[in-house]
Design a protein. Sequence first.
Length: 50
Amino acid sequence: MSLLTIILCILLPPLAVFLNHGLGKEFLISLLLTFVGWLPGVIYAFYVNS
């Protein structure tokens, strides 16, 4: 995982997932979790991108 991906996972989790996986179910889940709460979105983004 690159430094840019780590920074994006922390600041903008859906963008980090989108850049690695495109528009798919991973992106939609990340977007939903980020809207529910920032921390679940960050955790999921790290999980998916690792």
